[in-house]
Design a binder for this molecule. Sequence first.
Ligand SMILES: NC(=O)c1ccc[n+]([C@@H]2O[C@H](COP(=O)([O-])OP(=O)(O)OC[C@H]3O[C@@H](n4cnc5c(N)ncnc54)[C@H](OP(=O)(O)O)[C@@H]3O)[C@@H](O)[C@H]2O)c1
Length: 325
Amino acid sequence: MPLQPKIYIAGHRGMVGSAIMRRLQLSGHGNIVTRSHSELDLTDQRAVRDFFVAERPDQVYLAAAKVGGIHANNTYPAEFIFQNLMIEANVVDAAFRNGVKKLLFLGSSCIYPKLAPQPMSEDSLLTGPLEPTNEPYAIAKIAGIKLCESYNRQYGESHQLDYRSVMPTNLYGPGDNYHPENSHVIPALISRFHEAKIKKDPSVTVWGSGLPRREFLYVDDMASACVLVMNLDKETYQQHTQPMLSHINVGCGEDISIGELADAVAKTVGYKGVINFDPDKPDGAPRKLMNNSRLVALGWRVNTSLMAGLEVTYKNFLEQSTRSS
Ligand SMILES: NC(=O)c1ccc[n+]([C@@H]2O[C@H](COP(=O)([O-])OP(=O)(O)OC[C@H]3O[C@@H](n4cnc5c(N)ncnc54)[C@H](OP(=O)(O)O)[C@@H]3O)[C@@H](O)[C@H]2O)c1
């Protein structure tokens, strides 16, 4: 049997990192190295270098990041830009210095300009101003793409470096964050409808008009995209990307309105009351959808429907709530 590459998953306890780990383990991969945040703070350059010297992985999935919703991004902009820049710079550079040939960096759809044409394609990057609320986070994610590209351009040939990036849309699934202020829309709705069901609230009010359209992808489908992109042969990858426009969007290619999403979550949770909308609260952009044609051309397909994904996610929410109570 050929020797399995040693794979380091940075952020393996997070929603995406744990899905990548599930995916690799399911395919029989046993040579995985991990460290929790408390064991290795990736903003600490010395500690990151020591870790790479000691472990010398062959591949790295960089799924560790400081992540949060609008409220968290608005409240802690300094932490979002500083920590994400430090994590990426430390991991990419230590990986290079310790012989890692393949690395996959995870970014986000917020790298695209606020007014990017919909659906947003990879070449919208750096064509206009970003959404101000998460600009610091987005700048750090853009820097992550450019770190990978710059290391490839300078060291690709001399050191056979091949560092790639994927930009996922909004993700949801097991291991999501249900913090009342820091969570994204699906976990926030699950938590809200669950609470209303338990308390027998006659109605739930959802922020905004319910009309904006957003795209959601189940996290295991994201993990399958990550493994696919990491393992593409160099020639195929290069045929579908350019050295200075190398990132690949990961999205299901379809959006739904927040109103439709609220209906779907209420149905999954079993909440039977009335859903109201509060149009006085901000809506954000009317539509945000990724163009996923690069990834689809590489053979990736969505596996999990929204209803199937919500069902697993709600089950996991209930397990998490039981564990923490
Ligand atoms: N969730 C989404 O909808 C979404 C959408 C687009 C892109 N992404 C991207 O996907 C990646 C993973 O996101 P996620 O949703 O899995 O986030 P997550 O659940 O918050 O996981 C992030 C992980 O990174 C770890 N981490 C954070 N700071 C660290 C540090 N300084 N040192 C070591 N570990 C650290 C966290 O550990 P602690 O929890 O202990 O801090 C956590 O395990 C991120 O790059 C994110 O930008 C996510």
